[in-house]
Design a protein. Sequence first.
Length: 97
Amino acid sequence: NPHQYSGVLSSTLMILKQEGVTAFWKGAVPTAAGMAAENAMAFGVNETLKRAFPDDPSPNSSTTNSKNGPPSLLKPFAMGAITGCCSALVLLPSEIV
């Protein structure tokens, strides 16, 4: 109702007066649980991809990488895209419900 809630401050004060402080935290627990699950999933997938595709498989390589030039950005971007897709595929149905 536009006449009842005329602005942000008046709306906030009215909700605080009618429903109390806990009204501002409704739905916070499921949201926080979903964020924790998404971050855990992304961390697990990313670590698995790092182990599956190591940076330099040869044990005698130097750390400077001077003969090969700068490192490619394709691999980190691809791994990030795969991680994001896995997280979305697994967790998106729970966000719709």
